[in-house]
Design a protein around this ligand. Structure first.
Ligand code: ATP
Length: 742
């Protein structure tokens, strides 16, 4: 909406003047015309001269010193000279003068550059002078056919104002000369300086003020230009008194017509400028909430149509809604930002706390690993002090139906067994010492409790050998495996050891990753065979000590296991494959050594270090004398092999116990197989089995002698240290370590 349409851009006086001029022309007052022309030219020259002087001849090069009406109009048409002159009088009155067409930032499509330029500068000039109370003119006065006299008037008024200002600006300046009060409420708005609506608002109030001034303070006769007075006089001078009323009526009627025409023409022009100006001022409209208020006041003055009013109201409602939405969004954004900041703060705090905790934990973990390592060493030392070779004796109970028999065992103490060797020559007893003696009533759990500590050693990377030694039928298989019908209570040490091993491995899973695999080997007649075969193959295997893999029989099946049930399955398979032959002494008698080897590989999850340990669970063949077993031929050969290998085992263990420099491992397949687990850091545990029947006393004595030979040296050392302060101290440390480990 253009401001130009907001006010009348012409005055009643100008209309009257026009009508009178037409009359004058028709009346053919030649003298008057020439006088008027002279006077107009003189005033135009005065105005041009002042403009040239004010802004400089060079800047005013488009305006001749004595311009014709056309030259004057063309010279000022761009508005540049006018604006520059106004700025000289009132600095900053036109903030931006468009000097060349390209200065016009936004030129409406289809509008001629010069027209737009003219409009912008001229409009700004008109706004400027209007604000100063100086008479304005119509923008169209600078167009062809326009009234340049009004432009002259405005310039001369500006000149007068300038002179008044230069003279000190005393009193109230009033343009008392040829003031032609053209519409002071020009709706032209300054461009580039502020939204047109503001100017419009200001213009409207100025217009109202001016109207008031016109009606109240100013004598109408003074407001009429000199030319108008002259015209009136010229028109009426030669008229008879009776002709005057008719003439006045005619003139007034024409004035009214002309006025109406101008109004309608004026509104047309307003609409045209509205269309052109709207895009330029859209930004300003959007930015300012005051726009609609100004428009409203403008509309009050110009009686807008219903359609326009409703359109404005709709726009205002839409604008209000958008403002409201923007406020809501701002609020939401503000809350979200605050939330983000608070979350960031919390995150940083938590992160820092976490860092501190992790640091502490890492420190504790490294300390914990050192403790664990130390613990392993100390634990092993304790086991050593207990004896790296331990011998336990177990007396089998009488079998069913033998309850009336007199036992060959005379007495049992914690570590000593006395055998009644009564004969026809008299009563005598023979005592044997071991680490511990289990009587006939000892349970499987009790027997296992003594070997249980060694399971932990296996997981710590040490090798362990557990033997079941004794004559046929003395209970070796019972101790190692259990009876045929297994129950939870009757399970042998093999099952219990493996259960414990898996349990401990599970407990350590946060620090170690364990892999467990088993092999099952049989040594029969000094031949090594794999018991974990499902195809019945009977291939002879070689023993090749490999320190890298820890496998002494690399060709035997090595089966990974993850639970006790896996191991039970494999043990059953091995037992089925084991060479079992009936003898006169025991229908399950085995004439081979069976060895279940459990290989354990543990990786330290922190250091990556790998520990390897293995446990040999050996069920030795019966140790009975050949002559008693009533065997001949192959059976005799089997028995001889068994006895030789058991003797070789005794020699090796005795050598180790006596710390002999030479240990005769190579005298049998059995000792070769177990070489890595006999001696050094390895622990050896032998369960010696005794039958209580009196008729087996000879065998019993010979078995006990064999076992005692192995045990004696070790027992001597162990007994010396048993209650020493070293052991006590170490035991305490281990208890502490164990507590820490929990
Ligand atoms: N501690 C015990 N309690 C109850 N019964 C037992 C005990 N020890 C052994 N037996 C029983 O004695 C018999 C012989 O035991 P076992 O087979 O274990 O002897 P062995 O020494 O392994 O014989 P072989 O050398 O022929 O294999 C079995 O019937 C077994 O159940």
């Amino acid at each position: 909406m253009a401001g130009e349409g907001g006010a009348l851009s012409f005055s009643a006086a100008s209309v009257v003047e026009d009508v009178l001029q037409q009359h004058g022309t028709r009346l053919g007052v030649v003298d008057l015309d020439s006088r008027r022309a002279e006077e107009a030219a003189s005033r135009r020259y005065e105005a041009a001269g002042w403009l040239r002087k004010t802004i400089g001849v060079l800047a005013a090069k488009d305006l001749p010193a004595e311009p014709s009406e056309e030259e004057f109009r063309l010279g000022l048409r761009s508005g540049i000279i006018l604006c520059n002159a106004l700025n000289k009088v009132q600095t900053g009155a036109v903030p931006k003068v468009v000097e060349s067409p390209c200065d016009a930032a936004l030129i409406p499509e289809g509008a001629a550059l010069s027209a737009f330029q003219y409009f912008e500068n001229v409009r700004n000039f008109l706004v400027g002078v209007q604000e100063m109370g100086i008479p304005t003119f119509e923008a169209s006065d600078l167009e062809q056919g326009g009234k340049s006299a009004r432009v002259v008037n405005s310039v001369l008024a500006l000149k007068s104002y300038s002179e008044w200002k230069q003279a000190g600006g005393n009193g109230v300046w009033k343009f008392g000369g040829n003031v032609k009060p053209t519409a002071p409420a020009k709706s032209f708005v300054r461009k580039n300086s502020e939204p047109f609506t503001n100017s419009l608002s200001r213009n409207m109030s100025a217009y109202e003020k001016h109207l008031n001034t016109l009606s109240a303070d100013v004598d109408p006769s003074k407001m009429v230009t000199g030319s108008l007075s002259m015209l009136v006089r010229a028109v009426l001078s030669d008229k008879k008194p009776e002709e005057v009323p008719g003439l006045v009526e005619s003139v007034l009627s024409k004035v009214v017509d002309a006025f109406e025409n101008r109004i309608s023409g004026h509104y047309d022009m307003t609409n045209k400028f509205s269309t052109h100006s709207a895009p330029l001022d859209k930004k300003a409209e959007a930015k300012s909430t005051r726009v609609y208020k100004k428009e409203e006041s403008y509309e009050k003055c110009h009686v807008p149509t219903e359609e326009m009013r409703s359109k404005i109201l709709k726009q205002q409602a839409l604008f209000d809604q958008q403002q409201h939405d923007i406020q809501d969004l701002k609020q939401t954004l503000h809350i979200a930002k605050a939330g983000m900041h608070s979350m960031q703060r919390e995150f940083h705090e938590e992160f820092n706390t976490l860092g501190v905790h992790i640091h502490g934990l890492a420190h504790a973990a490294s300390g914990y690993h050192k403790v664990l390592q130390e613990n392993r060493k100390l634990y092993n030392q304790v086991q050593d002090l207990k004896g790296s070779i331990r011998v336990y004796c177990r007396v089998r109970p009488f079998l069913s139906g033998q309850s009336n028999f007199l036992s060959s065992v005379d007495s049992l103490e914690e570590g000593t067994i006395s055998i009644n060797t009564s004969s026809k020559h008299g009563n005598s007893r023979k005592s044997f010492s071991f680490n511990k003696v289990y009587g006939p009533s000892a349970t499987q759990a009790e027997v296992f409790s003594d070997m249980q500590p060694l399971i932990r050693s296996v997981l710590d990377g040490y090798n362990v050998c557990i033997f079941a030694y004794g004559q046929t039928g003395s209970g070796k298989t019972y101790t190692m495996t259990g009876p045929r019908d297994l129950t939870e209570q009757s399970k042998g040490v093999n099952y219990r050891a493996l259960s414990d091993l898996f349990l401990l491995a599970e407990q350590r899973k946060d620090t170690f990753c364990y892999n467990v695999a088993v092999q099952m080997i049989e040594i029969y007649n000094e031949q090594v065979r794999d018991l974990l075969v499902s195809d019945g193959s009977n291939k002879r295997l070689e023993i090749r000590n490999s320190s890298q893999t820890g496998l002494n029989v690399p060709d035997a099946n090595l089966v990974p296991v993850a639970s006790t049930s896996d191991v039970i399955y494999l043990m059953n398979l091995g037992h089925r494959n084991r060479a079992v032959g009936a003898t006169a002494l025991n229908d399950r008698s085995s004439r081979s050594h069976s060895c279940l080897t459990v290989h354990v590989q543990g990786k330290d999850l922190t250091s990556g270090k790998v520990l390897r340990g293995c446990m040999h669970l050996v069920d030795l063949a019966g140790s009975e004398r050949v002559d008693k077993s009533e065997v001949r031929g192959d059976r005799l050969k089997e028995a001889q092999h068994i006895n030789r290998s058991l003797s070789a085992l005794g020699d090796v263990i005795a050598s180790l116990a006596q710390k002999n420099p030479h240990v005769p491992y190579r005298n049998s397949k059995l000792t070769q197989l177990l070489q890595d687990s006999l001696g050094g850091q390895a622990k050896t545990l032998m369960f010696v089995h005794i039958s209580p029947e009196p008729d087996a006393v000879g065998e019993t004595i010979s078995t006990l002698k064999f076992a005692e030979r192995v045990a004696t040296v070790e027992l001597g050392a162990a007994r010396v240290n048993k209650d020493s302060s070293d052991v006590k101290e170490l035991k305490e440390q281990v208890v502490t370590m164990h507590f820490l480990q929990q």
